[in-house]
Ligand binder design. Structure first.
Ligand code: IPE
Ligand code: IPE
Ligand code: MG
Length: 235
């Protein structure tokens, strides 16, 4: 089975998972953090080079303050607890999104763990935080203008180099849990030829075995990139 180089996940359904069990949403987020930890380790073991987790969207700022607080508490606890393990596993932490939009305590932990794992080379873990795909695109355009890049030099490559994912390959596979069939402003530039995998499972129930299913599903597809099936069969 061919292992995708870059997997991106929209970890959705924590709230509904909790509701189904008569629990507060915070319990859903806690369980979701555990699911994320298992998926990170599994991807590393499989040899996935880039794993991108949609952790908090720019639009998520409109949630109740206490829920946002819970999410950031869980994130900082997770990072503090996993710092050593990430390093041992050779996993480099990288953030897609505006770190400065984060509360100070979160920023400090993020910067610390990024520094600690900066030399890790086995896998890059991108956490999309305060992330918006459109915002990322607009920022890239602004950066090119600010540099005085002439119009003819505004190429797809020059543009991609200004995104948070600069230097990384585009995702091969985007997984969304919880049954929603949308991208919710995720990796809009980078998703051009990603294969999409949707599952009804709520994120806290998403196990490494479910990830294997998604990869197997991907392997059964033919990625044509605009060519005909016959062209690829003869290549
Ligand atoms: C995903 O679960 C976590 C975040 C968006 C931060 P949700 O909190 O969106 O769960 P549902 O969609 O309400 O079930
Ligand atoms: C997308 O989930 C963002 C994350 C998983 C962090 P949402 O639950 O915020 O998406 P919508 O609002 O249902 O599209
Ligand atoms: Mg949701």
């Amino acid at each position: 089975m061919q292992i995708p180089t870059h997997i991106a996940v929209i970890m959705d359904g924590n709230g509904r998972w909790a509701k189904q069990r008569g629990l507060p949403r915070s319990d859903g987020h806690r369980a979701g953090t555990e699911a994320a930890r298992a998926v990170v380790t599994h991807c590393r073991e499989l040899g996935v080079r880039f794993l991108t987790l949609y952790t908090f969207s720019k639009e998520n700022w409109s949630r109740p303050k206490d829920e946002i607080g819970t999410l950031f508490d869980l994130l900082t606890t997770f990072l503090k607890r996993e710092e050593k393990s990430l390093k041992e596993q050779g996993i480099r932490l990288n953030i897609l999104g505006e770190i400065d939009a984060m509360p100070l305590a979160v920023r400090q932990v993020l910067r610390h763990v990024m520094r600690q794992t900066a030399q890790c080379e086995d896998m890059t873990l991108n956490l999309a935080l305060s992330y918006s795909g459109r915002d990322e695109i607009v920022r890239a355009a602004r950066a090119l203008v600010a540099k005085g890049v002439p119009p003819e030099a505004v190429t797809e490559e020059a543009f991609a180099a200004e995104l948070w994912t600069a230097g990384q390959p585009d995702p091969d596979l985007i997984i969304r849990t919880s049954g929603e069939l949308r991208l919710s402003n995720y990796l809009l530039f980078q998703c051009a030829y990603a294969e999409l995998h949707f599952t009804d499972i709520y994120w806290p129930d998403f196990t490494p075995a479910e990830l294997d299913k998604a990869i197997k599903d991907l392997n059964s597809r033919q990625r044509r990139f605009g060519k005909t099936g016959e062209q690829l069969d003869h290549a």
